[in-house]
Each structure stands twice: as structure tokens, then as C-alpha cells.
Design a protein around this ligand. Structure first.
Ligand SMILES: Cc1ncc(COP(=O)(O)O)c(C=O)c1O
Length: 326
């Protein structure tokens, strides 16, 4: 979906017009992918616009920046306020939120320390990532021929721009071969994640998802879905998943801020379960959509209302931002 090209973007604390939110082509990030970023969403609810788990997203941004030795003069509350301020300035009802921290313009060479750490927050309307139909019918995926990053190469727990070179290879391969999405394995050959989503399988009524050690991003939707699943009485395990477990699962679904909860109906042209959204996926989808749309009570304190005066800022729940191993 093309950008409308209007509205204001937050850049280093100032709101600038969309068309003026530019950086120099010699900026370090352009050449070396030296950025960390977030993707969060603000939803329209009956009580007004609300950001979903803004605290956890901004906490993950701070941790991604920490891994990459990037210091930026905003703390967690500062980041949350900057996002809320940008949404208010744009009078957005619902939007996708993209904060980014990057190495800017000074000199070029691999060493990033010589370049400033700059930041921006963009907002735009972003509908359902894998299509509205996919939410009901399910999507078709393939196992990628590209593996996810090996341990101790590019840190998977950091949401860094550099990791998305790998995601882009996975996504392009899937699209070129006629699939909507790719599922990457880790270097051991076990299931890791989609190009921009975490993955769950359902077998005999229980849920399984790969652990952080399978080279995944510790997704905030993944964490939310695990919580909702346990609320609904399902058993959930973070465990190593062999590739073939995908094909014999009763249900498979992707989760992520962009993809939300999207069923997978086939993998490598093998029908998953009945070849359509299964009952567990549907129950979790409903639970998730009820929370984000504000139609069920916010029992876990996941929503930050944007336009309520002095919207209280959430405290981070530590490990939640990067995933947990129970
Ligand atoms: C590679 C990757 N894995 C997982 C996720 C899901 O993370 P979250 O639920 O925090 O959006 C994303 C989304 O940003 C992603 O890019």
C-alpha cells in the first residue's frame, strides 16, 4: 500500500511535514543498515484510540538499541510520550506506529560510533498485512530455503534493520514461488518464524511455539497470544519444533503486529488440518481481536488510550518485551 504522503513525522523531537522528513544519502544507516526499530499499532475502540502494548514495544526498542550500543536521550516514558504526541498531532484514530533509531550523517566507514544516533516516528494506515481474506480462509506458506540468522551472527532478539535483509530474501522467495509467506528454519533445521511474524502450531488441543533460542524475534503478539491462550485454558509450550511437525499439525497460525493472528492453511502445498482456519486459531483470533478492539475488558492492562487526558503510561514488564521462557 503506497503512503498517502501527508501528515507529520517526529524527527529528533520535532514534528515535520511528511515531505520534509528526509535524511542524507550518506547517512550511515543507508549504507550499513544500522538502525533498530519498532512496529506497534493503535486501534479504534469504543473508549477512543488505544495503543496496544506500547510499553512493551518501546521497551523492546530500548533493548534493541542497547544491543547495538546506540544511546538516544529518551527513556521509556519519553518514548511512549513521543508516540502519543505524534498520534495526537496527526489526529489519527487508528494507525501503524513505526519508531526508528538510526545512525545518521557524519562520515562513512563500518565504524558507526562516528555517526550520530538519530530517531524518527512515522505513522500510517496499515490494514491487514496478509489480507482480510487470509484472516478467515488462511494463507499459503512455504518453508524458506533461507535459514534464519545463526546464533552469534546477527542478534535475532534485536529488531534491527539488518535482520530484515534475511526477511526480505524469505519473503521474495515465497512471493516468487506463488506463496504469500515463507517460514524460516533456524540453522539446526528447526522451525524459527515467518519473515515478519512468529508462528504457533496446534496439536491435540495444545499450543507450541519455537523458543527464543530458535533465532526468533521475541514477539509481543506472541507473548500476548500465549497469555490469552492460557487464559482460555490451553496448554502452551515454547519448544523446539522440527520441520515435519508443521505438516502434521492440526492448525498453524502466524502472529505479529502486522499479521495479527493469521491462520496458515497450507505449507509446501500440504494441507494443514482441514485446510482452513481451525477452532483453536479462531478462538485465539477472537480473544485477540476482542482485546484490541476494546470489546472485552483490558484485563492485562495492554491498552494505552491516546486522547484521554494524561494517559497513564504503563510500566514495562521486563522480559515480556523480548519474550519469556516459562
Ligand atoms: C521477524 C519478526 N518476527 C516476529 C514478529 C512479531 O513481533 P511483534 O508481535 O512484536 O510484532 C515480527 C514483527 O515485527 C518480525 O518482524
Amino acid at each position: 500500500m503506497a503512503f498517502p504522503g501527508t501528515g507529520q513525522i517526529w524527527m529528533n523531537g520535532k514534528l515535520v511535514e511528511w515531505k520534509d522528513a528526509t535524511i542524507h544519502v550518506a547517512s550511515h544507516v543507508v549504507h550499513y543498515g544500522t538502525a533498530v526499530f519498532e512496529g506497534a499499532r493503535c486501534y479504534a475502540t469504543p473508549r477512543g484510540s488505544a495503543c496496544f502494548r506500547l510499553d512493551a514495544h518501546m521497551q523492546r526498542l530500548l533493548l534493541s538499541a542497547k544491543i547495538y550500543r546506540m544511546e538516544y536521550p529518551l527513556d521509556l516514558a519519553g518514548w511512549q510520550n513521543a508516540v502519543l504526541e505524534t498520534i495526537r498531532a496527526n489526529a489519527m484514530k487508528a494507525c501503524y506506529i513505526r519508531p526508528i533509531v538510526y545512525r545518521g550523517y557524519e562520515s562513512l566507514g563500518v565504524n558507526p560510533f562516528t555517526c550520530p544516533v538519530d530517531a524518527a516516528i512515522m505513522l500510517w494506515d496499515w490494514g491487514t498485512y496478509l489480507g482480510k481474506e487470509a484472516l478467515e480462509q488462511g494463507t499459503d506458506a512455504r518453508v524458506a530455503s533461507w535459514s534464519r540468522m545463526a546464533p552469534n551472527t546477527l542478534p535475532a532478539m534485536a529488531k534491527s534493520s539488518a535482520n530484515y535483509a534475511n526477511s526480505a530474501l524469505i519473503k521474495m522467495e515465497a512471493i516468487t514461488d506463488g506463496y504469500a509467506e515463507g517460514i524460516a528454519l533456524d540453522v539446526q533445521g528447526n522451525v524459527s518464524e515467518g519473515s515478519g511474524q512468529n508462528i504457533f502450531i496446534v496439536r491435540d488441543g495444545a499450543l507450541y511455539t519455537p523458543p527464543l533460542s530458535s533465532s526468533i524475534l521475541g514477539g509481543i503478539t506472541r507473548d500476548s497470544v500465549m497469555t490469552l491462550a492460557r487464559d482460555l485454558g490451553y496448554s502452551v509450550s515454547e519448544t523446539v519444533i522440527p520441520r515435519e511437525a508443521l505438516y502434521i499439525a492440526d492448525e498453524v497460525f502466524f502472529v505479529g503486529t502486522a499479521a495479527e493472528v493469521t491462520p496458515v492453511r497450507s505449507i509446501d502445498k500440504i494441507k494443514i488440518g482441514a485446510g482452513r482456519r481451525g477452532p483453536v486459531t479462531e478462538a485465539l483470533q477472537r480473544a485477540f481481536f476482542d482485546v484490541i478492539s476494546g470489546t472485552s475488558p483490558d484485563r492485562h492492562g495492554w491498552l494505552t488510550y491516546v486522547y484521554e487526558e494524561e494517559a497513564p503510561l504503563r510500566k514495562p514488564r521486563g522480559a515480556v518485551a523480548v519474550g519469556t521462557r516459562d
